[in-house]
Design a protein around this ligand. Structure first.
Ligand code: GLU
Length: 292
């Protein structure tokens, strides 16, 4: 029996679109090609981003395409106790501290340091509250990154990767004061708790991986093997996303939809006549391309 466990972890901010299907299909194919299990985790931590009905719609679309999880999907909104335990462990190790800075204060401080925040770029937290709140109310818990934050990692498609977390992002947020757990903490805790051995997800998330590996090391949990899939671009060359208005995927013609997603993954054409047959052939092709 394979020990492989993979997952697809959609944020239910809307239905699946052509771009998110590529990540879903790739993670399913990789699990099947390895003879492993495939899980679906609903990342509904961010209340305002969660659209009513989106979770059910995503699961319906996956099912219509034959991408059926091997276990009942879990929801991050129901796993707060796990994240709280992890935060407590980091606090006990003096690896987490409360921060009272607003975004504006951080930007003002960076500007005063001669490092004005660039639009759309990651803001590197200057460490203002690292040694105390100075009377400010706490707004978030941040990770005390420490030294030794240079993370070298390997991506099965992109090859050798490297990021110094302190330099690139600084002490990042673990939980916001208004409650929600940060994606970085939740994803690391869940991947470990669910025994995920292989993460297959869109390339837009590759940049988070060093932070997640750093956190895994601090929490003493294993690091999965990573593969980041190509992004699907629209006619203007922008990443397909809900915020860019990508239309919901119409899954009535499953075979055509699957074939289109496979093109983005560079999988060869095939002779299947049913979605189930297609999936089987695609998993065999994936196995040749990515596992042997
Ligand atoms: N929830 C994230 C998203 O929908 C994916 C997280 C992950 O795969 O690590 O973009």
């Amino acid at each position: 029996m394979s020990t492989y466990v993979g997952r697809f972890a959609p944020t239910p901010s809307g239905a699946l679109h052509a771009g998110s299907l590529v990540a879903a299909l790739a993670s399913w194919l990789d699990a099947r090609a390895h003879g492993g299990r495939w899980l679906v985790r609903i990342e509904d931590m961010d209340g305002p981003r969660t659209a009513p009905g989106a979770e059910a719609e995503v699961l319906r679309q996956l099912q219509a395409l034959g991408l059926v999880p091997d276990e009942t999907p879990v929801r991050q909104s129901e796993r707060g106790a796990l994240y709280a335990n992890a935060l407590q462990a980091l606090r006990d190790a003096d690896r987490a501290y409360p921060c009272g800075c607003t975004r504006r204060e951080i930007e003002t401080e960076l500007a005063a340091m001669g490092q004005p925040a660039q639009r759309g770029a990651e803001v590197v937290y200057p460490g203002t509250c690292r040694n105390g709140l100075n009377g400010k109310p706490a707004r978030a818990w941040r990770l005390r990154c420490g030294d030794q934050t240079n993370v070298a990692w390997h991506d099965r498609r992109l090859g050798a990767q490297q990021q110094d977390v302190t330099h690139a992002v600084g002490d990042f947020v673990l939980q916001r004061a208004d409650g929600p757990w940060a994606y970085q903490l939740a994803v690391v805790v869940d991947d470990a708790a669910q025994g995920i051995t292989h993460v297959v997800r869109g390339e837009d998330l590759a940049d988070n991986t060093a932070r997640q590996i750093h956190l895994q090391r601090l929490l003493g949990v294993p690091t999965p093997i990573y593969l980041h899939t190509p992004l699907v671009l629209d006619a203007r060359g922008q990443k397909l996303s809900k915020s860019n208005g990508a239309p919901a995927l119409d899954v009535r013609d499953a075979l055509t939809v699957l074939r289109k997603a496979a093109l983005a993954l560079g999988l060869a054409a095939d002779s299947a006549t049913t979605p189930a047959q297609w999936l089987q052939q695609a998993a065999a092709a994936w196995r040749v391309r990515w596992t042997v």
